[in-house]
Design a protein. Structure first.
Length: 201
């Protein structure tokens, strides 16, 4: 999501390449934590563009909102009310639909679509598509850098009520013990990027 050089903008005390391997690991951890917070699916969730094969309920009508976005491209959509997805005739022709709003996952059947409308059966839609950010927005880059710095600092402050900095004791609000927590400003900043599936939508 970001480079080591971009991460170092949040850790000005670092110079040279001595901590580059550590920062690379922390960047990957930060990016995964951010993706999980926003409800991107997968064992190792990512907000970067990747291929998904996902099943969702048929919405009826002409509009279908895919669960992960922004959309990059659609490989195939199968609409099978029987939910077995083995009948090739259930594959919706690529020319029958179009991406209407990539940034919100909206797909619409064309007015001349032979498919007519999406079914209303739970789990009837199987979609194979590429979604996520092909180019990471500057705001997400900054949030990732902040989170990487947060993880970097946790190595020192985790489990402690205070630390000594430049000869002074700095106290924390309670003992910091959970390394899985996002930095508060990262949690707040990611609100805009939450997928509806985070809320069961």
């Amino acid at each position: 999501m970001i480079t080591v050089a971009e991460a170092k903008t949040q850790v000005p005390s670092l110079s040279g390449v001595g901590d580059d391997a550590l920062l690379t690991t922390l960047i990957a951890e930060a990016a995964e934590m951010m993706a999980a917070e926003c409800a991107y699916p997968g064992q190792i969730p990512t907000m970067e563009d990747t291929t998904y094969t996902l099943y969702q309920d048929g919405p009826g009508g002409r509009e279908l909102r895919l669960e992960v976005f922004p959309l990059v491209s659609i490989t195939s959509i199968t609409d099978d009310p029987d939910c077995n997805f083995t009948d090739a005739s259930r594959l919706v022709a690529a020319g029958d639909y179009a991406i209407v709003k990539a940034d919100s996952g909206l797909v619409r059947l064309t007015s001349s679509s032979a498919h007519g409308c999406w079914s209303m059966t739970p789990g009837a839609i199987k979609a194979v598509y590429v979604a996520g950010f092909a180019t990471i927005p500057p705001k997400l880059k900054r949030l990732c850098a902040i989170q990487a710095r947060h993880l970097y600092d946790l190595r020192v402050i985790q489990g402690k009520a205070s630390v000594t900095q430049q000869g002074n004791s700095v106290a924390y609000r309670g003992v910091i013990s959970d390394p899985t927590l996002l930095a508060p400003e990262v949690t707040q900043g990611l609100g805009f990027y939450h997928l509806p599936r985070k809320y069961g939508c």
